[in-house]
Design a protein. Structure first.
Length: 88
């Protein structure tokens, strides 16, 4: 669950790191067949990237942040679960 409702669950560096770590962990666990992502609060699932964090970054830091975000998003895009076995 994304739990930053005051920031409309906008993703910051720690959130992207945790999401990436969680996706790796769930992907490896054969007992987990489905992952459901939810967002706390009533206004937004995820409002995007937390620009308040980005405004203090150097161009190099911003590039690293963008790569971190891309890695997490790519993991979601290529996530193999839910996985259905034949015969279900």
């Amino acid at each position: 669950m994304f739990n930053r409702p005051k920031a409309l669950n906008a993703m910051n560096g720690p959130a992207f790191l945790e999401l990436s770590r969680l996706l790796d962990e769930v992907r490896k666990d054969r007992n987990i067949r489905v992952l459901i992502l939810t967002g706390q609060g009533s206004k937004a699932f995820i409002a995007g990237t937390d620009i308040t964090e980005m405004r203090h970054m150097t161009p190099s830091q911003a590039r690293e942040f963008a790569l971190l975000a891309k890695e997490a998003i790519d993991k979601i895009e290529n996530f193999e679960k839910p996985h259905c076995r034949s015969g279900w």
